[in-house]
Design a protein around this ligand. Structure first.
Ligand code: DC
Length: 229
């Protein structure tokens, strides 16, 4: 039996998925895959060309022809759009909202599914997103639904934007998070859900070390389960 382990971490915007996933991947020597970055990269294509991301027909007709890629540079994930490294351009709220919109279109999700599954085939991975435990890797050995209160998530996003030197307003951030949660949770295809078999971790009152410890406990259990088969 293969001793390969996949860890799926899903949850709403700002729950701390990437912070936790990165830390866990580093400590375990796994590959970290940030799938939100893939959707953001696709959204950037349309935004840079002044196209309307709300136009499902146009986005759907083009998405299969857009070349989105992931490569690792000094151990960090970089995303590529038509072979251009766009890692530094995808972290704005405009691109985040655009990614949330286009990710509701079935053609967009279909065009990005194989890329995500192929990456997980190769290595032990920690993959974070919205539908990893439910759709992309339904057989992942460890599935986590990481969440936190809207207030706490808004506070964390605010701190991130301030650190990045971006102008921001707490009330706006909270409103954007609520809109994004609503869109991601109510879309028809692959909505954000707590996947069957996933463990819920509410990080509202937990620090990073505590959340990581909870994840490591689940990984140990999954490993012990494999060994006993
Ligand atoms: O995690 P993030 O904020 O970078 O994700 C941006 C958007 O991409 C998110 O609002 C919804 C979409 N997304 C998705 O639909 N499925 C995923 N697996 C990851 C992200």
């Amino acid at each position: 039996m293969s001793d390969k382990i996949s860890i799926a971490i899903d949850g709403p915007a700002g729950a701390g998925k990437s912070t936790i996933a990165k830390r866990v991947a580093k400590e375990l020597g796994f590959t970290y895959i940030d799938t939100g970055a893939i959707y953001r990269t696709m959204a950037l294509y349309f935004i840079e060309r002044g196209m309307d991301v709300s136009d499902e027909t146009v986005v759907s007709s083009l998405c299969a022809h857009i070349n989105v890629g992931i490569r690792y540079v000094d151990g960090a994930q970089h995303v590529f759009l038509e072979d251009r490294d766009v890692t530094d351009f995808i972290r704005t709220s405009e691109v985040g909202a655009g990614a949330s919109k286009i990710s509701a279109y079935p053609a967009v999700r279909a065009s990005l599914l194989d890329l995500q599954r192929d990456m997980a085939e190769k290595d032990n991975v920690v993959m974070d997103g919205r539908d990893i435990g439910s759709v992309v890797l339904p057989n992942a050995e460890v599935k986590i639904y990481l969440t936190a209160s809207v207030e706490e998530r808004a506070r964390r996003r605010y701190a991130e934007y301030v650190l990045a030197g971006q102008e921001c307003d707490m009330e706006n951030i909270k409103k954007e998070i609520e809109e994004r949660d609503h869109r991601d949770m109510t879309r028809e295809i692959s909505p954000l859900i707590c996947a069957p078999g996933a463990t819920v971790i509410d990080s509202s009152h937990m620090n990073i070390d505590e959340v990581c410890a909870a994840v490591f406990e689940l990984v140990d259990k999954a490993k012990a389960g494999k060994e006993s088969v």
